[in-house]
Design a protein around this ligand. Structure first.
Ligand SMILES: *Cc1c(COP(=O)(O)O)cnc(C)c1O
Length: 368
């Protein structure tokens, strides 16, 4: 057999070889596009809706996700660091604006210049670096209105605002710390600070991510920056479902009453139990805190996780199923990333961005 075919085209290998132990992560690009459009409709028609695709589009794959968002109408994208911006420019080609939330770091200058990236400048240091090394090239400004994470605070901004505004920023932005809690007092305080620091500048402004969009129009300004809502996560409860993660069943065994399953014997059978061993573990982002707590799904039937989640494997009770399925879903119609996060003691963002690179990512798009 000539194996060079497989070496040359690994995607063909994956598609043609069904029944491998590689788990399959299905990503519905139409749902992502629908979520972007719905969040776009949630603000007034004069408000631009960007898309946040940092961390490989929240673990789902920046190339395919960003192209789908661009086709849906997104014209401005945000990533965390310049290297992500470079990958994104490669995916999108010239045209869409790519904003870098970490700003202009030493060493980023060539990338920013060559790939037409727009840094959101966070400090006097970054302002100086940008205006000296790339005068006349686009930039934005990030202000800190109360989160104490990124951006210039009021005194620093007051001191240099006239000089920075003279250089013509494209955008002034800030970020809300508690937007997922509508009643939190910091929301109004950050809004007031943002007004105080930016009213009258005449520069387009942005304050809201997904949570801020849901807080209502006074948080929208000229541009919104949804991330997690695009991928079907809280706090956007109305989101279309985006991900399905199916883990292949490798083998099953009968565990007799009194026997233990998995590392450290944390689960002991009280009665004879049929246990399926499925492919996927904490190295794939299926957190070890799911041990003995999570369920996976055969269609609409829940199957409890037994014992410890290992690096590559999870053991599951399938005694109540009338046949052994080929796969069991850990994310799907009955268990969202937020549901799994609740069990693991974290948030949907962390479940998504932890999704491993061993999965075969399958994208569905354009049913029409
Ligand atoms: C991550 C991030 C976003 C997107 O936030 P979501 O809660 O995922 O919508 C927007 N703006 C900034 C500055 C961010 O860091």
């Amino acid at each position: 057999m000539d194996i060079s075919f497989f070496l040359l085209d690994r995607s063909a290998w994956h598609v043609k070889k069904a029944g491998m132990a590689t788990a399959s992560l299905s990503i519905d690009l139409d749902a992502i596009a629908a979520n972007w459009r719905a969040l776009d409709r949630a603000s007034a028609s004069g408000v631009q809706t960007a898309a946040v695709v940092k961390a490989d589009a929240y673990g789902l794959g920046i190339t395919r996700v960003a192209r789908a968002l661009a086709r849906a109408g997104a014209r401005r994208f945000f990533v965390a660091v310049a290297e992500e911006g470079a990958a994104l420019r490669q995916a999108l080609g010239p045209g869409p604006q790519i904003c870098i939330l970490s700003g202009h770091m030493a060493g980023d200058t060539d990338m920013i210049h060559d790939l037409d990236l727009t840094p959101m400048l966070n400090s006097l240091d970054q302002v100086t670096r940008h205006l000296e090394s790339l005068p006349g090239l686009p930039f934005g400004v990030q202000l800190d209105t109360g989160m104490n994470r990124l951006g210039m605070e009021e005194p620093e901004w007051e001191a240099i605002a006239p000089f920075v505004l003279e250089a013509g920023p494209e955008l002034i932005m800030s970020h809300l710390a508690c937007a997922d809690e509508p009643d939190h007092a910091l929301n109004d305080l950050q809004l007031a600070n943002f007004h105080a620091m930016t009213d009258g500048t005449g520069v387009p402004r942005s304050l809201a991510a997904t949570g801020g969009i849901l807080l209502g129009p006074k948080y929208h300004f000229d541009l919104t920056r949804p991330g997690v809502g695009l991928y079907g996560g809280r706090p956007y409860e109305g989101a279309a479902r985006v991900v399905t993660l199916s883990l292949p069943v490798i083998q099953t065994r009968l565990v007799q009453a009194g026997e233990a399953v998995g590392y450290s014997c944390t689960w002991v059978a009280e009665q004879d139990t049929t246990v399926a061993t499925i492919s996927g573990g904490y190295a794939d982002g299926l957190l070890r805190t799911l041990s003995n707590r999570a369920v996976v799904w055969d269609g609409d039937i829940p199957c409890p996780v037994l014992g410890r989640v290992s690096m590559d494997l999870i053991t599951v009770d399938v005694s109540h199923l009338d046949r052994v399925p080929h796969t069991l879903d850990i994310l799907g119609p009955y268990q969202t990333p937020d549901d799994l996060a609740d069990v693991a003691g974290t948030i949907g963002y962390e479940i998504l961005t932890s999704l491993g690179n061993r999965y075969t990512r399958r994208y569905s798009e354009g049913a029409a």
